[in-house]
Design a protein around this ligand. Structure first.
Ligand SMILES: Cc1cc2nc3c(=O)[nH]c(=O)nc-3n(C[C@H](O)[C@H](O)[C@H](O)COP(=O)(O)OP(=O)(O)OC[C@H]3O[C@@H](n4cnc5c(N)ncnc54)[C@H](O)[C@@H]3O)c2cc1C
Length: 569
């Protein structure tokens, strides 16, 4: 079944669950009126349904390939990308002064979710450009901004992010790429980067690499990393791409999925680059790009989950296997298949609403400058990234299960969703690293943001006591258990926190997801499909917080009591 962007679902969540109206009430985002929002969601939906979704399968069957140094892209990708760029979809949230629309990140997050469901491999390209636009807007000189931003915003040029090296993955501080001053304000950048998404493309006028590298005599580790802008072609003063820079794609990786997205090994051989931001402060500048990309990757998971769910539902309505309690219809009538489908739908709603609440907090931080909003967005970002991608994997694998044997057969496309989405839990900081960020840096405020969020969960539960007394008690009780576990975390050494970080994040996602489901049920007026879905989530999925919190509070001793040899090493 062809993917259909769930436009009405976004409209409901934005209007009734995450409070886009608060964002629109600010001066900064006053142009995102209900009419504009509706037009954006409808337009993005049409692009996804008509142009991008048909590219999902060709990208899988005909991967990007390297031919005489040129990255040849999958059939139809050039036209699909043009439609994205010409529609202004790269730059929805980019600054208006350079040609962007200046709309809230909340809207671009919704659009990114839809585009990921339609064709994840192609969507990665504009996602990285969006992050680069944000990093340059915040950290680059006026000259660089004037030269590069209009081209990136128009979608004529694309952006990449170059952190990873063979010895430097999660440990970015181990990177060795060097940048030597040329004496004219530019730098010669030398080194090898691996796994670079959309490192080049035959349809792109220019590709702009943001590269982490070390200056001579830089301190070791992350304190000695600077950020450089290295274009594939050196532009002249009018932003026309000129002579080729000393950077090339050495090879493309053969991957489990995401075949349409070229993942490149890049060689920088004294390539001309310009520093972005301060010397040795490259990680801070790159974090601007990475935070944007983390939320974007979270909704990649949600978008793929949506597509996998739609396909599984259509299959289950059609496939007949004996009588069900609902008669002789499709397998959707069997209780276990219904359990899977209802669970998938409930998970998607919760993960999507968490990501959109994170985006609202980021927009409110931008619009008001209030530290509380920024801190809230920072707290929710690792949850949105890790949980959105966990849901992507879980729902895609359930999608295969709903198909039975046909799920394992490539022609249905169910397996492609599972293969494609797998990497989202790995890139942009693995989900383990996200969880460590949550229990480390994001609790460094002593729990301030956590307590505020938990108070809000309890307020929603209080508000629901009349309409849903049983569900309200379960949500309130779960919030209290999470409060206890958060207090426990705050008293422990980092090794204990890290040992329980992933289940702790999972418990947060369960509790926040339950709150958002309750809010949707209340907005619906106390009965109807959203109330029924909230019941499924709170009765069947929320209870997982109990086992998750037991694991979160287990500490690290039992893990290290097993020696490497005990593990069989
Ligand atoms: C398809 C694809 C596209 C990518 N695109 C880009 C890109 O555009 N630009 C870019 O720069 N990179 C990119 N990457 C790289 C990606 O970000 C890294 O793969 C990721 O950061 C993990 O690094 P690694 O692969 O070296 O794994 P490792 O860091 O070796 O991690 C292996 C395992 O150890 C765990 N681990 C590592 N350190 C710790 C720790 N301190 N505590 C606890 N657990 C730890 C990890 O969570 C993981 O489970 C891409 C990767 C892929 C596969």
């Amino acid at each position: 079944m062809a993917y259909r962007a769930p436009v009405a679902e976004f409209q409901f969540i934005l209007d009734h669950v995450v409070g886009l109206d608060e964002v629109v009430a600010t001066d900064r985002f006053s142009e995102a009126t209900p009419d504009v929002t509706r037009a954006i969601l409808d337009g993005a939906g049409r692009l996804c349904d008509d142009v991008l979704a048909p590219l999902q399968r060709p990208g899988d069957l005909h991967p990007a390939r390297l031919e005489n140094g040129v990255v040849r892209t999958s059939p139809g990708y050039a036209e699909g990308y043009r439609a994205i760029a010409e529609g202004g979809w790269v730059a929805l949230s980019a600054p208006a002064e350079h040609g962007g629309m200046g709309l809230p990140t909340t809207l671009s997050t919704a659009v990114n979710d839809m585009m990921s469901g339609a064709c994840l491999s192609l969507q990665l390209n504009p996602l990285l450009t969006q992050g680069q636009i944000e990093a340059l807007s915040h950290h680059a000189s006026d000259e660089i901004r004037a030269l590069y931003l209009p081209k990136l915003i128009a979608g004529d040029w694309s952006g990449t992010m170059n952190l990873t090296e063979p010895q430097a993955g999660s440990d970015v501080g181990a990177l060795k790429t060097r940048a030597m001053p040329n004496g004219d304000g530019t730098y010669a950048v030398t080194g090898q980067k691996i796994y670079i998404t959309w490192g080049d493309a035959d349809f792109m006028e220019n590709v702009v690499h943001l590269v982490l590298a070390r200056l001579p005599d830089a301190p070791a580790g992350t304190r000695g990393i600077s950020l450089f802008l290295v274009p594939r072609n050196l532009p002249d003063a009018e932003s026309r791409p000129g002579v080729a820079n000393r950077v090339k794609v050495v090879s493309l990786e053969h991957k489990l999925g995401l075949h349409g997205s070229p993942t490149a090994v890049m060689d920088f051989d004294g390539a001309t680059g310009w520093m972005v931001g301060e010397p040795n402060k490259g990680m801070a500048a790159m974090f601007t790009m990475m935070n944007n990309a983390r939320l974007g990757v979270g909704v990649q998971g949600v978008g793929v989950a949506e597509a996998a769910f739609q396909q599984a539902l259509a299959y289950a309505a059609d496939r007949r296997q004996g009588p069900t309690p609902l008669g002789d219809g499709g397998i959707v009538g069997h209780a276990d298949v219904r359990r899977m489908l209802a669970g998938m739908k409930a998970e998607i709603f919760a993960a999507r609403a968490i990501a959109l609440s994170c985006a609202v907090a980021a927009d409110m931080g931008t619009a008001t400058g209030e530290a509380d909003w920024t801190a809230r967005a920072a707290f929710l970002t690792p949850i949105a990234k890790a949980w959105g991608t966990e849901v992507g994997m879980e729902v895609a694998q359930q999608g295969v299960q709903v198909h039975g044997g046909m799920g394992f057969i490539e022609e249905t496309g169910a397996a492609q969703y599972l293969r494609d989405v797998r990497v989202t839990a790995i890139y942009e900081g693995t989900n383990g690293i996200q969880a460590m960020d949550l229990v480390g840096r994001k609790l460094a405020d002593g729990g301030d943001v956590a307590w505020r969020l938990l108070e809000e969960v309890e307020q929603t539960a209080e508000a629901a006591r009349g309409a849903f007394p049983d569900l309200a008690v379960e949500v309130w009780t779960a919030a209290e258990a999470l409060r206890d576990a958060t207090e426990w975390m705050l008293t422990r050494e980092m090794t204990d926190r890290f040992a329980g970080a992933v289940p702790f994040l999972r418990a947060w996602a369960r509790v926040l997801g339950a709150q958002l489901h309750l809010a949707a049920a209340l907005a619906e007026g106390g009965s109807g499909p959203r109330s029924a879905l909230a019941r499924v989530f709170i009765r069947r999925l929320l209870p997982e917080h109990v086992s998750a919190l037991a694991a979160a509070r287990a500490g690290a001793d039992d893990l290290y009591a097993l020696s490497d040899a005990d593990l069989g090493a």
